[in-house]
Design a protein around this ligand. Sequence first.
Ligand SMILES: Cc1ncc(COP(=O)(O)O)c(C=O)c1O
Length: 457
Amino acid sequence: MISEAELEALSYPGAPRMVTTSVPGPRSQESLRRSLDVESMARGGGDFPLVFDQGFGVTVKDPDGNLYIDISAGVGVNSVGRCHPRVVEAIQAQSQRLMHASDISNSKRVELAATLAEVMPEGLRGNCISYFTQSGSDALEAAIKFAKRVTGRQQILAFHGAYHGVWNASNALTTGNQYRSGYGPFMPGVIHAPYPYAYRFPFDTTTKSAERIAGEYVNYLLNTRYTGADDVAAVIVEPVQGEGGYVAPAPEFLQLLRKACDESGALLVVDEVQAGAGRTGKMWAVEHSGVRPDMLTFGKGMGGDLPMAGVALRTDLARQIPPGSQPGTFAANALSAAVCLTNIALLRDPKLELLDRARQLGEETLERVRARNHPRIGEVRGRGLMIGIELVEDRDSRTPLAAEKIGRIVVESLRRGVIMVPCGRNGNVLRLMPSLTIPRAYLFSALEILLSVLDTV
Ligand SMILES: Cc1ncc(COP(=O)(O)O)c(C=O)c1O
């Protein structure tokens, strides 16, 4: 396993180190003011009071010179850390050869598709074809269209709390008023079912687990007459729900979905845009369940420092898609493909053991947070380095901690040098999703800072 000293050399030393008394500091404030004039605030993080100026590994500098530990990894993107030397080397080498090739094949892209086929979970491993996009949203748009095209069916089943992107079809699957309000109508034919979010499940779980209830409910919808779900092309599911609050269901849930899909003829699409790329301690989160998906969408951590996303489809399904029917000008740019290949190589490198490390550090983090038994923590959960700390006003009522208090936690964490991006249906889940290359010292000092900030609310 890679040593702590080697990992420390992959980030700036001495973080956190704050040089301004207020955050954002004067230069950052000036940049944020300019941003208001020239950048759309529809972007994510429009109200996040931080400006990135430099990044290395798990550390980030703002324009004022403050040095932060980033436990958000660019919202789950930088699985191997920012500007990893091997990634930079790959960019330098590839940029001398070829970058853009349009949607015409290029040798890096072919190499990437072949490598993806090797690293996919069972069911797709050695039996898939990849279609490339720039963003996770695009990947979901494509998966939805492909599922409709190959099944000849029109409906899609998704889940409460899901986030699959914000274009038209993907937004129809995504829940949450902040993403939907005023933008509809979206693609018709979407059915939403409960996700097994045990902490806030709408049904009684004293005799059956949330996973079982949610799985059986999907089976009921798909395989019973008169439910209206009689034309479902695909069930699209996050194996660990991301934006919905870092909810990691027991394997039984996906296993029940697989069974229900098999019986009804619907495809099972796992959206690994956030949970994939090693984050949960396996290359793909679906692998914790042994379930064989029909399609898998990837993004975020596969791309890392450059945009890369797409969908891997079972070969027999991909062969049914009419050639030339879904072109994309920038798809699998050779430079992005070279970076994605490097990310995959780092994640698979037996000398580094980054996935094992994610598993071990994740377990240790869960234990540490639980041991703290903080009255504001309603639940801590997750898998690998995908950990959610759900904050409540009090444990008995489970009332989500007020948005204003969460805002204060974010700002106070920044003031103390930790970048943390919350998530959850009520925005009250602190998420720990650092790069898999985070040194132990940085992870646990960031965690201590976060827990100490809780005392301020
Ligand atoms: C599970 C999941 N799917 C899709 C997306 C959309 O990805 P992108 O923001 O790259 O469009 C996200 C983004 O957070 C995601 O978490």
